[in-house]
Design a protein around this ligand. Structure first.
Ligand code: NAD
Length: 518
């Protein structure tokens, strides 16, 4: 058990991470900031953690300029050597895992094992990137012209922008930044202003590694500011060839439009509306555990949170019964405490959103089966703690079609597997999906071209908690980008096709004759 679980001292944790009472929100090798001050308040107990002086538009220019300068050298630093730097970053992250995990919990509100798990993901993607740094392979092709060689190679793209959401305040940056680093890009990170200290702590950890190696720390820089100001500056900047953005579909549409207009590239990781199909041939005990974690984990604030259960009519009542019983055992409270399974929502606005959604469910004819209350009393004085909710609904309700970022689980009935898949796909989003069944044919159908239309599709495991080894992302309103494992690195590089003529002739392609008359 990490020491911080047994006994935690917030000041000591912040201190060890280099977080001061007042911090600057821009970093380009130096820390500075001339924008408005924001206060980071823990949703767990309302305690002020620290303050941050955000960046203004002029600060943005200073950050960009150093990131550009750093790119000039970093792109010529051999990729395996870039990997060595990322290896050292992974070591630093290991050293700071307990403190950084605790900060995630304090600032964002997810339970400590999830906070620590997030830092573990950072370590894992860093290790992955180290291996990748020796495997940025291109293909070689046979030229149709004699005495010619043709191949493709991958070059660094430039200074890229990373925009992240509040709910994964450290891991999402690492998924992007570590791949970008081995690919030879430098990155400007704009984290969510709801979790600014996590951003500062991460950059302070990597800053040491760059300085120790006499490299420009602006290889990984930071800019904290409002989405509508600093975010807009970043996405409209023609000098930034790639924006990788994680957040709501509304934000993604805006970014897609702005970056598309200037023909830049995007990786968009947006909202989900993830479902689990539970067949009449499912192992219900397995399904129960997966649904509980998927729906209640991170207080329903994961992009991969299980939001809909599509249950076969023969197991619908039994499964619902099992879940209602399971929900009673979900201990809600201080996410730093060892036995807590569900912490608070990020802020009161999120609670209000959840309450509005519950009203909408009732208005559209749905039935609240359990939960959905705001917890009161001294322990819950922040007003950010709720009970997780289960509701019987129809898939076509407006409220079911949209993502409410809170622990509300919709229960929907189906008759046969074709019907289940149709209901499953009949939402605008397409991130994560699962089927629980022991019937091979059903599982294969769900994973086939006529099955789930999501970027992630599982059989007999839930929707939540993807591994870093696979490419992560979704379809439709989820945006269509891919991050993390597999060949997602290709998004961070530019492909170049090269042909070398080593003959003494100049044959044209497709046999074209184009004589000069000589
Ligand atoms: P959000 O959309 O409110 O904000 C996300 C980020 O975008 C923040 O840093 C914000 O400042 C920035 N932003 C907002 N408007 C901008 C603009 N015009 N230009 C540039 N940047 C702008 O999202 P949130 O509330 O922080 O996070 C929750 C959402 O994120 C949910 O919808 C969730 O599903 C989604 N999410 C998706 C994934 C995924 O991988 N698919 C992962 C985590 C979260």
């Amino acid at each position: 058990m990490p020491a911080v679980i047994a006994k935690y001292d917030v000041k000591a944790i912040l201190n060890r991470l280099g977080i001061e009472k007042v911090n600057y929100g821009a970093f380009n090798g130096e820390w500075f900031g001339n924008g408005k001050k924001i206060v980071s308040v823990s949703p767990t107990n309302g305690e002020v953690l620290a303050e941050v002086i955000q960046a203004d538009e002029e600060d943005y220019e200073k950050v960009y300029e150093k990131a550009r300068e750093a790119f000039e050298m970093w792109r010529m630093y051999p990729a395996p050597k870039r990997g060595e730097i990322v290896r050292q970053i992974a070591q630093e992250l290991r050293k700071h895992k307990d403190d950084l995990g605790a900060l995630v919990t304090l600032e964002m509100g997810k339970i400590l094992p999830e906070g620590l798990g997030e830092v573990q993901e950072m370590i894992d993607i860093s290790d992955f990137a180290v291996g990748l740094s020796r495997q940025l392979y291109g293909l070689s092709m046979h030229s149709e012209r004699p005495g010619h060689r043709m191949y493709e190679q991958w070059h660094p793209r430039g200074v890229i922008g990373i925009i992240s959401a509040f709910n994964f305040p450290v891991a999402v940056w690492a998924w992007n930044a570590m791949l970008a680093a081995v690919c030879g890009d430098t990155a400007i990170w704009k984290p969510s202003s709801k979790a600014p200290l996590c951003g500062i702590a991460c950059i302070k950890i990597v800053q040491k590694v760059f300085e120790r190696n006499n490299l420009p720390p602006a290889i990984m820089s930071l800019i904290i500011g409002k989405g509508s100001e600093i975010g807009e500056k970043l996405i409209n900047d023609k000098r930034i060839p790639l924006i990788s953005a994680t957040g709501s579909t509304r934000m993604g549409r805006r970014i897609g439009e702005a970056v598309g207009k200037r023909l830049g590239r995007t990786i968009l990781e947006l909202g989900g509306n993830n479902a689990i199909v539970v067949s009449d041939k499912a192992n219900l005990d397995l399904a129960l555990r997966a649904i509980l974690f998927g729906a209640v984990g991170t207080a329903g604030q994961r992009c991969t949170t299980t939001r809909r259960i599509i249950a076969h009519r023969d197991v619908y009542d039994k499964l619902l019964d099992m879940l209602v019983k399971g929900y009673k055992f979900v201990s809600i409270g201080d996410p730093m405490k060892p036995n807590t399974l569900m912490g608070p929502l990020i802020d009161k606005a999120a609670v209000e959103n959840m309450m509005n959604a519950i009203e909408a469910i009732k208005k559209e004819g749905g039935e609240i089966v359990c939960g959905g209350e705001v917890l009161k009393g001294e322990k819950f004085s922040t007003g950010t703690y709720v009970t997780p909710c289960i509701a019987k609904v129809e898939n076509h309700y407006d409220i079911v079609q949209s993502e409410t970022f809170a622990p509300i689980l919709y229960f929907i009935k189906y008759d046969n597997i074709d019907d289940a898949i149709k209901i499953h796909n009949d939402v605008p989003q397409g991130l994560s999906s699962a089927i629980f069944t022991t019937d091979l044919l059903e599982a294969e159908q769900f994973l086939s071209a006529v099955g789930s239309d999501c970027g992630i599709a599982n059989a007999n495991i839930g929707t939540s908690g993807a591994e870093i080894g696979g490419a992560f992302g979704g379809e439709k309103d989820t945006g269509g980008g891919r991050e993390s494992g597999s060949d997602a690195w290709k998004g961070y590089m530019r492909r170049q096709t090269c042909t070398i003529n080593w003959s003494k002739e100049l044959p044209l392609a497709q046999g074209i004759q184009f004589d000069t008359g000589e």
